[in-house]
Design a protein around this ligand. Structure first.
Ligand code: IPE
Ligand code: IPE
Ligand code: MG
Length: 242
């Protein structure tokens, strides 16, 4: 009898909702920003581990379009943490073969941060061991609305016929153009929601929710979730294998 056709392959694209930094810190009586700093350290170790697990694309949620609701102190703290991460890591990421790109609406970010983002994208453009996509001021609905606006502009300008607006036309105008859809979406901290992340792209993703807070999430746990993914039966609307 044929073995059940389970996907022996690991996930090529893993997307992570890095949640729980604030609770990690406040449970210790520390300011939330300390949790974000610990979270940034976690990013370093997870990025290092990802290619060794066969992951070619890693997409991490750093700041959502809704996170502006937080205190000015926290928002500014996060923005300077992003700038520091880029400054400190640019050379190391380049040398490790990591191509860095960003998704999200950049206009609302400080020009200095935007320059750093453009700089690391340019510097690592030719790297191919891992593509690290960082979502800053990213929201799935905002991304879809911006893509729809581009479709409308192209139709109005006569570059695209309305009858040719299909899934591909929309996908080609998303921030994630060129990236495969995520195979696996992981959310830490015990919350079981998507929080406006990769709404279009995760249509057929597998999901893992873990109680671990992001500053405690280790490469070992990532390896465990990757192994579990490999045992899943993905059907994409078809029927289960015998
Ligand atoms: C995730 O941790 C990081 C960001 C959203 C920027 P949180 O800051 O959401 O941590 P909790 O959920 O409050 O614990
Ligand atoms: C999602 O976490 C956003 C990021 C991890 C950057 P949130 O903490 O903002 O999500 P909610 O508010 O719990 O849904
Ligand atoms: Mg949170």
């Amino acid at each position: 009898m044929a073995a059940k056709d389970i996907s022996a392959r690991g996930p090529v694209h893993v997307a992570i909702i890095m949640d729980g930094n604030g609770r990690w810190a406040t449970s210790r009586g520390w300011p939330r920003l300390i949790g974000h700093r610990r979270g940034a350290n976690r990013v370093r170790s997870i990025v290092r581990a990802a290619p060794t697990l066969g992951i070619r694309y890693l997409t991490i949620y750093a700041f959502s379009t809704e996170n502006w609701k937080r205190s000015t102190e926290e928002v500014l703290g996060l923005m300077s943490l992003f700038a520091r991460y880029i400054r400190n890591e640019a050379d190391k990421l380049h040398d490790a073969g990591v191509c860095v790109r960003f998704i999200g609406a950049r206009e609302r970010l400080e020009p200095a941060l935007r320059d750093l983002m453009a700089g690391i994208e340019e510097k690592t453009r030719h790297c191919s061991r891992l593509t690290l996509t960082i979502a800053i001021n990213y929201g799935g609905r905002d991304e879809l609305a911006r893509a729809a606006r581009r479709v409308a502009e192209d139709v109005a300008a006569g570059r695209l016929a309305a009858a040719d607006v299909d899934e591909r036309a929309l996908a080609d105008r998303l921030d994630t153009v060129g990236l495969p859809d995520p195979d696996l979406v992981i959310r830490t901290s015990g919350e079981s929601r998507i929080s406006n992340y990769l709404l279009w792209q995760s249509a057929y993703s597998e999901f893992e929710f873990t109680d671990t807070l992001w500053p405690d999430f280790t490469p070992d746990e990532l390896a465990k979730l990757v192994a579990r993914f490999s045992a899943r039966d993905r059907r994409f609307g078809g029927v289960a294998a015998e």
